[in-house]
Design a protein around this ligand. Structure first.
Ligand code: G5P
Ligand code: MG
Length: 248
């Protein structure tokens, strides 16, 4: 009886030190989807600034593997340069390994899964809570990707007009050089859009059938961003809200 009281009192005192964030923030398993150049990287950078989540981009991961000339990077190079998808077995293993390393955190997967077999392999291992679909018209994408610049080390993404670096050609955080992606040539972007229609759009139906798909329609990231923030805030407690204005 006395032991029970001591235990109860101890638990009560401990509970006073647990913040509401710790109680309400269950781990969130989220995916962001959308055509090439739709703003997945841009919106993901914003999400991880305002929500306690880890961003994992399959494209950034592949570009790092190519730069380091790993076996996966060498296998992937030809497919990426042709605007085709890297084989499912390579991707499932690569992403599976990475997810293993961040299992204790909430995460946001960008660029994976991109085929129905990848989606099936993922949900066998991970329950997916929510899938954000950036539904951006194809017409505006080619111009966007031509003016894109990226920082290879971090995956930070810029645009010569929409989101220019503070110093031309240099990453804002590290000062290292920015590069233009090899697969951002207009003909490769066209091939990537076709690949998306053929192989990735069925993944949207896959998640819609499972009741976890939310669609965010719009032509500009600044138009889409407040809606994404509002939606995610219903799933987990935000750290803040960053306003990026209304520029297009
Ligand atoms: P990636 O790297 O996943 P994609 O094709 O899915 O490549 P991408 O090109 O990275 O997607 P994004 O992330 O959707 O596009 O868009 P972004 O970078 O944020 O924005 C594009 C540009 O537009 C930027 O310059 C940004 O600043 C600008 N921008 C954003 N919003 C606005 C706006 O409102 N206005 C304006 N004016 N500009 C804006 O995959 C690459 C390749 O890797 C392989 C495939 O070969 C793929 O093609 N791959 C896989 N293969 C098989 N399976 C997988 N799961 C694979 N994942 C990757
Ligand atoms: Mg991207």
């Amino acid at each position: 009886m006395i032991c029970g009281r001591i235990l109860f009192t101890t638990l009560f005192i401990l509970s006073l030190f647990v913040s509401p964030t710790m109680i309400t923030n269950k781990l969130l398993r989220a995916i962001i989807m959308g055509p090439p150049g739709s703003g997945k990287g841009t919106i993901s950078e914003r999400i991880v600034k305002d929500f306690p989540m880890k961003h994992l981009s399959s494209g950034d991961l592949l570009r790092a593997q190519m730069a380091n000339q790993t076996a996966a990077g060498i296998a992937a190079k030809k497919f990426i340069e042709d605007g085709q998808l890297v084989p499912d077995d390579v991707m499932v293993e690569l992403i599976g390994n990475e997810l293993g390393g961040i299992a204790s955190q909430s995460w946001l997967l960008d660029g994976f899964p991109r085929t129905v077999p990848q989606a099936e392999a993922l949900i066998e291992k991970e329950p997916i809570d929510t899938v954000l679909h950036l539904d951006v018209p194809f017409e505006i994408i080619i111009e966007r990707t031509m003016k894109r610049r990226v920082h290879l080390g971090s995956g930070r993404v810029y645009h010569l007009e929409f989101n220019p670096p503070k110093v031309e050609g240099k990453d804002d955080v590290t000062g290292q050089p920015l590069i233009q992606r090899d697969d951002d040539k207009p003909e490769t972007v066209k091939a990537r859009l076709e690949t998306y229609q053929r192989q990735t759009q069925p993944v949207l139906d896959f998640f819609s059938d499972r009741g976890v798909l939310s669609v965010f329609k719009g032509s500009y990231s600044n138009e889409i961003w407040p809606k994404v923030h509002k939606f995610l805030a219903t799933k987990m407690k935000p750290l803040q809200y960053t306003d990026y204005g209304t520029s297009k």
